[in-house]
Ligand binder design. Structure first.
Ligand code: ATP
Ligand code: FE2
Length: 336
């Protein structure tokens, strides 16, 4: 079975095709890069609408797939920016109707977890989900994925992007901060905001900007913010693992591309005897293949919807989705 997935929650438009063994047979992606500042939702949506025909053609020719091989169309229904979500949903509905294939709605956050889960081979991992718009610790319990902790303000990637913009980098800023941090020598003190299993980054952003204004080098500033922000993420992930008695941890989201975060998480997990896994960078950032994979799972559980009921859900929460494909799997929290 092959399913085609459409991703368009924010800056990335992507079409992926995956098979039932979770082999990515095609992936075509293009990111909207604002000339100045952050994402403008309508401009990003226009970018996606312009690019989708090409992305679709590329994905289909890459996969060598005849349309008849594609059994369903999955799309990101939420959460995300309304205009961007609608651009992807429109393409998905059109394909579903034209090709006569079922339409499968997918929650973007759940998709980050599911692609990491299948690639890791783990049964019931905790997800540390660190991206631009979201920063959450997620685990399965009682038929749904539950958000155990999350950012109380901005996502960690958003924090890195905002800081990097002020340091002269363009969007996305996380990779620039990572490069500078490699040359850093001195870790300056910054706020460390962990509240139970939640984190916050706005105080860290203000303090980092103050250090920058005082002339701290880009390299030392980057090393300092990475050290603080990623230690906060490790702490909340560790607390979740400890409370659940979990044995497995996966990473997801664009910030999970970061080598320092990966190393810090591995070190923490090793000390607790917990196995970890991070997908390759192309499957950590937003991508259509993870939507297609979650579509395969959801289709198996009968979660197709009629086009007339396929409105996008910009504020959909991870735990609003019934993960019915998981119901027979044992949970770290409560056996079913
Ligand atoms: P979501 O909708 O899941 O919140 P998103 O729209 O933020 O996702 P992603 O592609 O998952 O999109 O993540 C993009 C973020 O990842 C950006 O904030 C970017 O700076 C950050 N990022 C990418 N690579 C790195 C890296 N090497 N180090 C740190 N951050 C990174
Ligand atoms: Fe994402």
């Amino acid at each position: 079975m092959r399913v085609l997935g459409i991703e368009s929650t924010a800056h990335t438009a992507s079409v992926g095709v995956i098979d039932e063994t979770a082999r990515v047979v095609a992936s075509a992606t293009d990111m909207y890069r604002p000339e100045q500042g952050g994402i403008h939702p309508r401009e990003a949506a226009n970018h996606h609408a312009d690019l989708f025909p090409d992305l679709l053609e590329t994905a289909l020719s890459q996969s060598g797939t005849d349309v008849s091989d594609i059994e369903a169309i999955a799309f990101s229904q939420g959460p995300g920016l309304g205009p961007c979500l609608r651009a992807g949903a429109t393409v998905a509905r059109m394909l579903s109707l034209t090709w006569g294939r079922p339409l499968i709605p997918v929650n973007h956050c759940v998709a980050h977890l599911e692609i990491a889960r299948v690639l890791s081979g783990f049964d019931d991992p905790v997800l540390l989900y660190a991206s631009g718009g979201n920063t959450q610790v997620v685990a399965y319990a009682h038929g749904r994925y539950r958000v155990l902790g999350e950012t109380l303000d901005i996502g960690v990637g958003n924090f890195l992007d905002k800081l990097a913009l002020g340091m002269g980098a363009s969007f996305p800023g996380g990779p620039a901060i990572e490069r500078w941090a490699r040359e850093g020598r001195h870790v300056h003190d910054l706020p460390y905001s962990v509240h139970g299993m939640d984190v916050s980054f706005s105080g860290l952003l203000t303090a980092a900007k103050t250090l920058q204004a005082r002339g701290v080098s880009k390299e030392d500033l980057s090393l300092s913010v990475e050290s603080h922000a990623y230690a906060m993420l490790c702490e909340v992930a560790e607390r979740a693992i400890a409370h659940l008695g979990a044995r497995e941890l996966v990473l997801g989201g664009g910030v999970a591309c970061n080598q320092r975060l990966r190393r810090m998480v591995e070190e923490m997990a090793r000390a607790r005897g917990v196995r970890t896994f991070a997908p390759p960078p192309s499957l950590c950032v937003d991508n259509g293949a993870m939507i297609a994979w979650t579509g395969i799972l959801a289709k198996g559980a009968g979660q197709e919807i009629d086009v007339s009921r396929s409105g996008v859900l910009p504020r959909q929460r991870t735990d609003q989705v019934e993960a019915t494909w998981r119901v027979r799997t044992r949970s770290a929290v409560s056996p079913e």
